[in-house]
Design a protein around this ligand. Structure first.
Ligand SMILES: O=C(O)CCC(=O)C(=O)O
Ligand SMILES: [Fe+2]
Length: 254
């Protein structure tokens, strides 16, 4: 962000003091409590994870809001999509995402921008995406029972760049693999194995994933919850129901 003071002023309001210039240092406690901690997935440009995005209370209230929509009342339904006007809770969720990005960028930019080797810290989400209106206008809520997941895919091109996924309930491992075809495949015992290894990312309840740029367009993501695939730290994760909320923006058609 170019001017954080302005941005923070806009989002969090004026300083409570007497009209003096806004001083982020003085405002620290108000605006950085709690500070979201963002982790960059180093192997994949544009992939960020915020593990403490939603407190346990906010997680349960979000689960209630989703279930209260009645989308999953029949056993056969495990996915719901909404376009355009999103439910109030989803609009609130979008605002919290924008806020978490702003706070994350604010915290990292308050440190030295340029490191000793001249490398500039990448931002969480390019500002043209962060400030578009609305930030998101499409949502998918998925409910996964134990053993259920989602095949490797790149999200459809009908959606713009900048995709957010909020995870609730059971933890899972999402794997990322390069979307490029051919090149590095080898054939062994009649099966195709990709030389390129998959990058595992642990999605704990209440976490937020942000995908933009390469992470969104050049990497596939998948969740394989078949036995043996949900390994983390040498242990297989115990599976319960998992709910995810994916937020995206539809591409404008000219
Ligand atoms: O459930 C998830 O965490 C991912 C969902 C997803 O990738 C999608 O709906 O495109
Ligand atoms: Fe996806």
């Amino acid at each position: 962000m170019e001017n954080h003071t302005e941005v923070l002023r806009e989002v969090f309001g004026e300083s409570s003091s007497d009209g003096e210039d806004f001083d982020p240092q003085l405002e620290d406690e108000k605006i950085t409590d709690p500070i979201p901690s963002w982790e960059q997935i180093k192997e994949i440009n544009g992939l960020w994870l915020c593990r403490d995005f939603l407190s346990p209370q906010l997680q349960s209230s979000l689960v209630s809001s989703v279930l209260n929509e009645g989308w999953f009342n029949g056993d056969s339904h495990n996915q719901a999509m909404r376009f355009g006007d999103l439910p109030a809770w989803a609009i609130e969720l979008s605002s919290s995402i924008r806020e978490a990005v702003l706070l994350g960028d604010y915290v990292s930019e308050s440190m030295d921008l340029v490191t000793s080797n001249g490398w500039i810290k990448p931002c969480l989400l390019p500002s043209n995406l962060l400030w578009r209106e609305p930030l998101f206008d499409q949502l998918i809520a998925n409910v996964y029972h134990p053993g259920e997941g989602i095949c490797a895919h790149v999200d459809l091109m009908r959606f713009e760049d900048g995709i957010a996924i909020v995870s609730l309930e059971s933890s899972c491992v999402m794997h990322f693999s390069r979307a490029e075809e051919g090149g590095s495949d080898i054939v062994e015992d009649g099966e195709k194995h990709q030389l390129m290894s998959k990058i595992p990312v642990l999605l704990t309840p209440g976490s937020l994933v942000l995908m933009s740029g390469e992470a969104r367009y050049r990497w596939k993501h998948e969740i394989n919850r078949k036995p043996g695939f949900q390994m983390w730290d040498g242990q297989e994760l115990v599976q319960h129901r998992r709910i995810s909320i994916t937020l995206r923006k539809l591409r404008q058609v000219d």
